[in-house]
Design a protein around this ligand. Structure first.
Ligand SMILES: C[S@@+](CC[C@H](N)C(=O)[O-])C[C@H]1O[C@@H](n2cnc3c(N)ncnc32)[C@H](O)[C@@H]1O
Length: 288
C-alpha cells in the first residue's frame, strides 16, 4: 500500500448482514458463526423475548401438518421459503425439530417428491449440498425462485417436472409471506397458486401477526427494519383471504387460528395464544 492510500479515510465498517433464514436457524438452535446474526438475535430477544419460542412453535407445526397431509396420501410437496436444512451449517441440534420436510414425507411415502423453493442463494446451496450428500434423494430438489414472480416459479416447476398436474399438490407457505412487505404481491402469489393447483391440493400457511401483542410486535418490526429486514406481520382477515374460497382441511370455512392450536399433537397446543405470535390455516381446493 502506498502512503497516498494510507491517507484515504478508513472505510466505515459495513453493517453485518443477517437474513430471515439465518435468524430462523438461530432460533431453532443453530450456532451461527456470523456476528451479524447474533447481534440481531440479541436485539430481537430484548424487545420480544418470546420470538425464539414462536419460531419453534411454527417449526413444530410445519412438521406436524406435513406429516398429517402425507398421511392423507399427499405425495407432491412444494415447500416455499423453505429456509436452511435441518442438519446443515445452520442446522438445529434439537431432536424434535431436526427433521426436513422430505424426511417427514418420504418416511410415509418413499417415492414422494419434495421441491424446496427459496430466493436466498445461500439457502438453496445449503439445501442442494445436503440433498446431494444423500444418494437416494432423487425425488427431492431445490429451486431458486422469488415466489412473488409466480410466472417464473410455475415455469420452473413445469420445466423440471418437479410438480405434475395429475395429482394433488401440497403447498407449504410457512413463515415466508411476512418477509414479503408488498400486500398485493402476497395476494397475487396466493391467488396464482390457487388457480394453478389441481383440485384436492392443499395450501398451508403460517403467518406472523401483531393481533395478540401489538406493542411487542411493533418493536420487533423496528429491530428487523434496523437490520435491513422487511418484516410485515398481518391480521387474521388478510391471512384468511389468502385461501380464497377453498375449504378447511377438516371441512367448512377455513379456520385461521393461533399456530400452536392448529394441530392437537402440538407440544404447545395449550399455551396462551400470544406464544404463537402467528396464525396457521390449511385449506383444500374443491373440485369444480
Ligand atoms: C423465516 S424463514 C422460514 C423457513 C421455514 N419456512 C420455516 O417455516 O421454518 C423465511 C424464508 O423465506 C425465504 N423468502 C423470503 N422471501 C422470499 C421470496 N420472495 N421468495 C422465496 N423465498 C423467500 C427466506 O429466504 C427464508 O429462507
Amino acid at each position: 500500500m502506498s502512503l497516498a492510500d494510507e491517507r484515504l479515510p478508513i472505510a466505515k465498517p459495513v453493517p453485518l448482514q443477517t437474513s430471515s433464514a439465518r435468524l430462523s436457524a438461530v432460533w431453532l438452535g443453530a450456532r451461527s458463526p456470523r456476528d451479524g446474526d447474533q447481534d440481531v438475535a440479541r436485539a430481537v430477544r430484548n424487545v420480544f423475548p418470546r420470538q425464539p419460542a414462536a419460531v419453534r412453535i411454527n417449526r413444530e407445526h410445519h412438521l406436524l401438518i406435513t406429516d398429517a397431509l402425507a398421511q392423507r396420501g399427499m405425495t407432491q410437496i412444494l415447500d416455499l421459503g423453505c429456509g436452511y436444512p435441518a442438519h446443515g451449517q445452520y442446522g438445529t441440534p434439537g431432536p424434535l425439530l431436526s427433521q426436513n420436510t422430505h424426511e417427514v414425507v418420504q418416511r410415509r411415502w418413499h417415492a414422494a417428491s419434495v421441491t424446496y423453493v427459496d430466493n436466498d442463494p445461500d439457502v438453496v446451496n445449503a439445501r442442494r449440498t445436503e440433498i446431494a450428500a444423500a444418494a437416494s434423494q432423487t425425488r427431492t430438489r431445490t429451486l431458486v425462485a422469488d415466489i412473488t414472480d409466480t410466472v417464473d416459479l410455475l415455469e420452473q416447476l413445469m420445466r423440471d417436472a418437479a410438480v405434475t398436474h395429475d395429482r394433488p399438490v401440497v403447498v407449504l407457505a410457512h413463515d415466508v409471506f411476512p418477509w414479503i412487505p408488498d400486500d398485493d404481491a402476497v395476494r397475487r402469489c396466493a391467488a396464482s397458486l390457487r388457480e394453478w393447483l389441481p383440485p384436492g391440493s392443499a395450501l398451508s400457511v403460517t403467518h406472523a401477526t401483531a393481533d395478540m401483542t401489538p406493542t411487542w410486535i411493533q418493536r420487533l418490526t423496528g429491530v428487523y427494519a434496523e437490520a435491513g429486514l422487511s418484516f410485515r406481520p398481518r391480521g387474521r382477515g388478510f391471512i384468511t383471504d389468502l385461501f380464497g374460497d377453498w375449504e378447511d382441511l377438516y371441512g367448512g370455512p377455513v379456520r385461521v387460528i393461533p399456530t400452536a392450536r392448529h394441530q392437537p399433537g402440538h407440544h404447545e397446543s395449550k399455551a396462551p395464544d400470544f406464544h404463537s405470535a402467528g396464525y396457521a390455516g390449511v385449506a383444500i381446493k374443491p373440485s369444480p
